[in-house]
Design a protein around this ligand. Structure first.
Ligand SMILES: [Zn+2]
Ligand SMILES: [Zn+2]
Length: 856
């Protein structure tokens, strides 16, 4: 649709919307947006002097691409409804917003359109802020954080120096994942199926570079353990984190090399989770890049060629992200290692499926009890020796008494056999004793490994936080002194794609003075991974001041975050890094909390026609279009109404229109009843219809309140508000006839407006004012419900057994005959009387009695 056509559609007025009582969201929303903008104190959060309880509600901050998409609108509508609800509940609320504004797209835009990244980014922020304000989100803009500005990133640098002082930041040469399209290094977490997370079709290459790492693995155990005490986080997120941390218990065993030792020593360390199978090990297998392999190949050209071939196979499988399914190839080195448990000579092989960066780069191969080893041994004719048998319950199964299991046999509820003094032990017992034996004899020990690797934060890109380190020919590596922070990112440079950081070409920035010796030094030209920025931004929201990262006292007041809301795609990277950062800051003495967020909610995606919205699929719905056509309230409320917030939402324009019509009905109802005088309603004598409205009102308040407290099924509670309006409209003739007390009508519509406020704040404000209210609805107490009034009316019924009244039961006024029959038969007294007897007939006389006829 062309621009002109789409704006025509926007200004089309729905036929039923014409006339003086038309609901005009544009007029209402622009009026209130103006008032809110003029009152900077409105959403301002501050630690409370009246000792109200605090509530920190946080939505994940966006990358400022320039436009909000519907996924953002959904995320922020959930957070905003919650924030408004908590304000009405009387909490002191912190609800901030900011910009995760370093990163690649700004550089790519610079390459494409020749706009400086800073200018591009700040423009985008301005545009998105306008959109957010138009949508009516209640952010405290005085707390805004923009990560690409020096007042923020200087603290990234400050934290980096603290990490470095404590040995938690270090530099090492390492193989890195390299995306040729991004022209930078990717963390392991950013490689998806062998491809770049941003470029789904670009194969990630391996390169060797000097890189900065953060020692997140120091916290691996704590990151894992705390997950058991985080009931407010979704199980799926905790499971993903547990798998990512990947703790495994096992044993480290050293095998001595037979024959001459080379430069890499005379031992091969192997990590195994199944040390109980070590008597079944019939070979040692090394990764092609294992240091010992270089020793072996230095004297054997043929072996060198074969290993090179294996390495090529491994790399190409790695690039395709498919090492797991590689066709297993290997080569015998001609060398042997000695099994320290039985003194046997084991052939040493090099295999293409053993990775140097996993474990120690060497394994003991136990073909009888491992799928991969079995496949390899079959292919190359290696020995296969059974050392584990299934345990038969109730009898001590010993070697020879049992048929051999199908190989490879990997069962854990088993016994160890053919294993010297360990034969006959249960597998877990054998693991303990064998690890202890290895430790006693100084060739091994029980140990724990983690899949989690240290966090590589070096990026060879321009638009990120400069790493505050210097290289001096005399002094070596020198940290930038704290008082010289921030190291400002230079403004004027050519952003180009190259193998090195574009910063390397800014000579007058790179060359500086060594703070130690006064000689010439070079600056580090790598910048930090942007996940550093988002690891602690929510602390800065509490008080973004120039002289420190945050005020620990304020942080102590607001933290932990009470509710964090964002996409499940951040379950691993962002949410593990920010947990790590919190623990590091706690150990620095800056914060007292162990975890950043008490509760986490991950909302579903917004899809259209069954697919994620994307430009390439042409199924993007623009929030601006929706706001122009139906208003911000309808757009926001639809994102909450169309599906439970944790599920995917399939976008339907007609659904937004439906919400728009509903809000129009609310608007016109209130317009017709602004004159109703309020007053006491709980003790009014009511007609049955009026009583029904009263009951519905209290039921709806209960429902919406319960949902905010627990399930967050805003779709069903919005539906309940719709039903309440239906009930009110249906009663209008009765109201006109004077059969419904005006005070009840006044109460119902006032409370309906209060319930609507978190979902449709603009309209709620307008209606509140139409009723003559001068108070701010945002601070108006949330309506309470009366449990007695919410209860369905009940009547008492007598229950007869064979003509004699034996019990009395309470049933709902509108209960069906079936449910009355069930209730009567389930009554304790009646159960006793009918037990063991045959019920021939149950007669229900509605509103009066139940008669049960027994045989005999
Ligand atoms: Zn890429
Ligand atoms: Zn120096």
């Amino acid at each position: 649709m062309s621009e002109a056509k789409s704006s025509e559609a926007i200004h089309q007025v729905q036929p039923e919307e014409a006339g003086p009582d038309r609901y005009n969201p544009r007029r209402i929303e622009e009026k209130w947006a103006g008032r809110w903008a003029a009152d900077p104190e409105l959403f301002r959060s501050a630690p409370d002097e009246e000792n109200r309880k605090k509530y920190y509600v946080l939505e994940m901050l966006p990358y400022p691409s320039g436009v909000l998409h519907m996924g953002h609108v959904r995320n922020y509508s959930i957070g905003d409804a919650l924030a408004r609800h908590m304000w009405m509940r009387g909490y002191s609320v912190l609800h901030p917003m900011g910009w995760d504004s370093f990163g690649l797209p700004a550089e790519n835009a610079a390459l494409k359109n020749h706009v400086p990244p800073r200018e591009w980014t700040l423009n985008n922020i301005q545009q998105m802020k306008v959109q957010m304000k138009r949508l009516g989100f209640s952010y405290d803009w005085s707390k805004e954080v923009t990560t690409c500005l020096p007042d923020y990133y200087r603290w990234n640098q400050w934290f980096f120096l603290k990490l470095y002082e404590r040995g938690l930041a270090y530099r090492k040469k390492s193989k890195v994942n390299w995306c040729p399209e991004c022209a930078t290094v990717l963390a392991n977490e950013q490689v998806v199926g062998g491809c770049c997370w941003r470029h789904e079709t670009i194969t990630v290459e391996q390169r060797e570079l000097e890189q900065w790492f953060l020692r997140i693995t120091n916290y691996a155990q704590e990151l894992l353990d705390n997950l058991d005490h985080m009931p407010g986080w979704p199980d799926k997120v905790k499971t993903m984190q547990r798998n990512w941390i990947g703790r495994s218990e096992g044993a480290l065993v050293e095998f001595k090399l037979g024959g001459a030792a080379g430069a890499a020593g005379d031992k091969i360390a192997v990590f195994t989770t199944r040390v109980d199978t070590i008597f079944g090990a019939t070979s040692i297998q090394l990764a092609p890049e294992h240091p010992l392999v270089a020793d072996f190949t230095s004297v054997d050209a043929e072996l060198r060629a074969n290993v090179a071939k294996l390495l090529t196979e491994q790399r190409s499988a790695k690039e395709q992200g498919d090492v797991g399914n590689i066709e297993k190839n290997g080569v015998f080195t001609g060398r042997y290692a000695i099994n320290p448990f039985n003194g046997e000579q084991m052939p040493i092989w090099v295999a293409n499926y053993i990775l140097m960066d996993y474990g120690t780069g060497a394994i003991m191969s136990v073909p009888a009890h491992d799928e991969r080893d079995y496949e390899f041994a079959k292919k190359y004719g290696l020995d296969i020796r059974i050392v584990i048998l299934p345990r038969r319950t109730g009898e001590p199964a010993m070697a020879g008494e049992q048929e051999a299991p199908t190989l490879p046999y990997v069962g854990e509820e088993s016994l160890v056999i053919n294993s010297g003094e360990f034969s006959g032990l249960a597998v877990d017992e054998a693991q303990r004793r064998m690890a202890a034996y290895a430790e006693q004899h100084s060739f091994g020990k029980a140990t724990v490994t983690f899949r989690l690797k240290d966090w590589g934060i070096s990026r060879q890109r321009y638009w990120g936080t400069p790493i505050p380190m210097l290289y001096c020919d005399g002094c070596g590596l020198v940290p930038v002194p704290e008082q010289e922070l921030p190291v400002i990112l230079p403004d004027k440079l050519d952003v180009t794609l190259a193998g090195a950081s574009p910063l390397a070409k800014v000579t007058d920035w790179v060359i500086t003075k060594c703070p130690k010796c006064g000689g010439a030094a070079r600056r580090e030209t790598d910048t930090m991974d942007t996940f550093v920025d988002s690891s602690w931004y929510f602390y800065r929201y509490t008080n973004p001041t120039p002289d420190r990262p945050f005020d620990p006292e304020l942080v102590n007041y607001w933290f932990p975050i009470d509710q964090y809301i964002g996409g499940v795609e951040h379950a691993i990277l962002h949410l593990i890094y920010s947990r790590f950062w919190t623990k590091f800051m706690r150990d620095l003495g800056l914060v007292k909390n162990d975890e950043p967020a008490e509760r986490l909610f991950t909302q579903g995606m917004v899809v259209k026609d069954g697919a994620k919205m994307s430009k390439s699929k042409g199924n993007v719905v623009s929030p601006d279009d929706m706001v122009a056509r139906y208003g911000a309230d309808s757009t926001r409320m639809y994102t909450l109404f169309a599906a439970p917030p944790d599920r995917d939402l399939d976008w339907q324009d007609a659904g937004v229109e439906g919400i728009h019509r509903f809000l129009g009905r609310v608007y016109r109802f209130v317009l017709r009843h602004t004159g109703e005088a309020s007053g006491e309603t709980t003790r009014l004598a009511l007609s049955p219809q009026a009583r029904r409205l009263q009951r519905k009102l209290h039921q709806t308040i209960k429902r919406v309140s319960d949902d905010f407290a627990g399930r967050w099924h805003f779709n069903t509670c919005i539906a309940a508000i719709m039903e309440l309006l239906n009930e009110m409209q249906a009663l209008e003739p009765e109201m006109a006839a004077g059969n419904v007390p005006p005070a009840l009508v006044a109460e119902a519509q006032r409370k309906l407006i209060l319930l609507l406020h978190p979902f449709a704040p603009y309209l709620a404000h307008e209606l509140w004012e139409m009723l003559g209210e001068t108070s701010n609805i945002l601070r108006h107490p949330w309506p309470e419900f009366d449990a007695a009034l919410a209860k369905e009316d009940e009547v008492e019924m007598a229950v007869q057994v064979s003509g004699k009244v034996r019990a009395r039961i309470m049933v709902g006024a509108n209960a069906t005959e079936d449910s009355i029959r069930e209730l009567a038969l389930a009554d304790a007294k009646i159960l006793e009387l009918t037990s063991g007897k045959q019920v021939v007939k149950v007669i229900v006389v509605p509103g009066k009695l139940v008669n049960i006829v027994l045989r005999g």
